[in-house]
Design a protein around this ligand. Structure first.
Ligand code: ADP
Ligand code: MG
Length: 483
């Protein structure tokens, strides 16, 4: 039996920062879906004489992110030039960070496992090359050129493709919670390079390969699974793994060789002569720390303490949009949070998915969901009525007003409910007999359901339960009195 080989994975993740302007100029950053090359300026175009200026907002977002990751931040950060032929970047070098990044030695906890973050640094992005199919030309869109990126590099602490994917999910929700980045791979605002090697348990690290520019979580997992198989075969057959960089063909489901590894020296990094070093001071860091919102891990703990079920607490804490909606609903609702969670992840989520609308864009107001749940709790409407009202509440309707306008209150009227109870008892003699004789007291639940059905779900549940119980107790007492 050959020894099992285990995967060793390290990630390099790029996140586009949510800033007003680009990394080193006043060029606006909200270019998404704009005309190609409409968001440029002399620096973006690499015109001679254009000089960079450090974007304070980008630095502060990086510090905020570093704080959330527990990074060491204080000290001197320095920008470096990384030289390379970039067909999509006219200035022909990237301004990045080399030996003095913004942050070092952080970590992200994945439910029980800690993944160390080696560093986070700032850099500017390149533009985009477009290759129209079938045409012998390449087009260039420079809107993205000069956009601020955080690059985050992990230690090789991940042990499976699924765990790598999980790490990226957690990182995305952290970035979104902090407002650091939209972090959506679909818009290219989160991209990952992955590094993989295999080794026998306890052995030193093996030779790694890199797969570059993965732009979906699914691709990350598939590409890693694919290369795991390739390396497993190589190692089993006694071949050596060759250090190399691959691309990923999502359609074909396989990697392709880009280049055998270039050396760091090839980039001729040198300190950026147009930018001063950046002093990251303690008072500055502390000012930014005060802006830290509740992090997903703390949010999850808070939901658990409110009695929300574990799987749902985890899910909600990962989604800033859902959790901020929930928090506003909780603030307006005296009942148990789980009731709101049931609505939110049940009927509300179902309706949103069906209509393709995100919660943040929905006209549904958190206070209205809270009001709807409270109407049910107070017995003013039945659960069934609430479900019937939901579509209109999701269109922005106020449940209180809807109930009033339709005269929809749940039936509490004793005469009406008693009539329904009597009719049901006549029809369900056997069920009633079991309760009255005491042979099966639980049959009262079935009877309750029958009466409720007879009222079309309109009966106010507690009121009905009380009346039904009282009626059955009276019948039982009458029987006991008989000789
Ligand atoms: P390089 O010098 O080739 O760029 P680095 O040491 O800078 O390599 O690491 C780059 C990325 O590769 C990091 O995310 C790191 O965790 C990961 N990595 C390093 N060595 C290995 C290895 N043997 N197996 C898997 N991943 C690795
Ligand atoms: Mg490296």
């Amino acid at each position: 039996m050959p020894e099992p080989l285990e995967a060793v994975i390290g990630l390099e993740v790029h996140l586009q920062l949510r800033t007003r302007t680009k990394m080193f100029s006043a060029c606006r950053a909200d270019y998404f879906s704009a005309e190609p090359n409409s968001f440029t300026d002399p620096l973006t175009l690499g015109l001679p004489g254009a000089l960079p200026v450090i974007n304070r907002q980008a630095v502060e977002l990086a510090i905020l992110f570093g704080l959330a990751l527990g990074c060491q931040l204080e000290g001197r950060a320095q920008f470096h030039r990384k030289n390379y032929f970039y067909p999509d970047s006219p200035k022909n070098y990237q301004i990045s960070q080399y030996d003095s990044p913004i942050g070092r030695s952080g970590h992200l906890d994945l439910g029980g496992r800690t993944v160390r973050v080696r560093r986070i640094h700032l850099e500017d992005d390149a533009g985009k090359l477009i290759h129209p199919p079938g045409e012998p030309v390449s087009l260039l869109d420079l809107n993205r050129a000069g956009m601020p990126l955080i690059e985050l590099v992990t230690e090789p602490d991940l042990t499976s493709p699924l765990e790598a994917r999980d790490f990226l999910y957690q990182l995305r929700s952290l970035a979104q919670t902090l407002g650091v980045s939209d972090a959506n791979p679909e818009e290219g605002k989160m991209r990952a390079d992955v590094n993989l090697s295999l080794r026998a348990p306890g052995a030193p690290l093996g030779t790694k390969v890199e797969i570059k520019n993965l732009n979906s979580f699914r691709s990350v997992q598939r590409a890693l699974e694919y290369q795991t198989e390739v390396q497993r075969r190589q190692l089993r057959s006694g071949e050596a793994v060759r250090q190399a960089t691959f691309g990923w063909d999502e359609a074909a489901g396989r990697t392709y060789l880009l280049r055998s590894k270039e050396q760091e020296a090839d980039y001729r990094y040198f300190p950026e002569p147009d930018l001063p070093p950046l002093a990251i001071t303690k008072p500055w860091i502390e000012k930014i720390r005060a802006r830290l919102p509740e992090l997903p891990s703390a949010k999850e703990a808070r939901y658990l303490a409110l009695g929300v079920r574990a799987a749902e607490a985890a899910l909600l804490s990962q989604s800033p949009d859902l959790s901020s909606f929930l928090d506003r609903a909780i603030a307006a609702y005296p009942g148990p949070a789980q009731t709101l969670v049931n609505w939110l992840l049940g009927d509300v989520a179902g309706t949103l998915t069906a209509s393709g609308i995100e919660i943040a864009a929905s006209p549904l107001r958190p206070e209205h969901l809270a009001a709807l749940a409270a109407l049910v709790d107070r017995g003013e409407i039945s659960g069934k009525m609430a479900k019937e009202l939901l579509p209109e509440v999701m269109e922005g309707g106020d449940p209180q007003e809807l109930v009033a306008a339709r005269g929809l209150r749940a039936v509490r009227d004793e005469t009406t409910l008693t009539e329904a109870i009597e009719a049901t008892l006549r029809e369900q003699r056997e069920l009633a007999e079991r309760v009255i004789s005491g042979s099966n007291p639980k049959a009262i639940h079935a009877l309750f359901g029958q009466v409720m059905r007879r009222t079309g779900g309109a009966a106010q549940p507690e009121r009905l339960r009380d009346l039904l119980r009282a009626r059955l107790e009276r019948l039982a007492a009458e029987r006991a009195e008989r000789p």
